[in-house]
Design a protein around this ligand. Sequence first.
Ligand code: NAD
Length: 298
Amino acid sequence: MNNITYLSGKEVSDFVYRDIKKRIRLLDKKKIIPSLAVILIGDNQASELYVRSKTKTFKKLNLHSKIFKLSETTSEKKILNLIYEINKNSYFHGLLIQLPLPNHIDKEKVVFSINPEKDVDGFHPINAGLLSVGRPNFIPCTPKGIMKILEYYKVNLNGKNVVVLGRSNIVGRPISILISSKTKYANATTTICHSGTLDIKKFTRNADVVIVALGIPGFLKADMVKNNSIIIDVGINRIKDQSSKGYSIVGDADLLDLKKKTIDITPVPGGVGPMTISMLVENTVESAEKYCARSSAG
Ligand code: NAD
């Protein structure tokens, strides 16, 4: 018997694109086309794939995106100069730097140099700070997408025990801020587990919802969760296999093992991934709207 119910992120993203398209049409009437600049450094295959699928989505929606591809050995100074130019260029409403960066580049220096008004990834400390005081400007795409999944499937976290596995600035930390906020679909009692947590199972076993963002394939097993819990699997891991591609993409949850329990779970692929891309589009549209409002005010 299969006790797993899948919470499709693809379905949620199709739903949110309907609203985003209306907003794009309104901007179009004002002759504004949301435009995104993407800086891609080095030859990381996974990064190239992510960037391609982001820009493909922009193209499908008739939005603009431009990839600035730089070699692995590009100096930090050259990258900072490029960011400075894009910050100034009113053609671009959004700027993202695809992570990870080569080792010789200071990630903080690079991310901190993005104009917060164009920071559609929401990684700049000004935007991270605004999120943490409950005044969000740009919310990081993956956590924002997870909130939309919860809302779409009417998972109200009010009073629930939620365990977040992972504390990165991209996923774990911002999602824990969002779900613990006193807002609609949130207000959860939130526990964050990480590499310093001694007995993760002790926490996940009591969780109504587990959000797993570790980057460890098959980490979350049946004996770690209770029946009728909801699992948001953020992990994207490439594992070698015998397929024609030579690899497949799996999450952080061990689906085969989890079949022993009755759970709802976001699939990988087709869960959180499509939501991350749709939220990048939404944030870029939001940035274009803000630009439009600033221009007409000033
Ligand atoms: P990260 O490497 O920055 O953070 C991983 C976190 O896991 C860290 O906080 C670390 O403390 C914790 N951790 C590592 N090993 C652990 C262990 N053994 N026990 C407990 N905690 C441990 O990763 P990230 O950027 O947050 O990404 C996590 C995963 O999510 C990756 O697979 C990444 O590819 C994926 N991801 C997916 C999307 C998407 O759109 N679906 C977006 C971003 C990241």
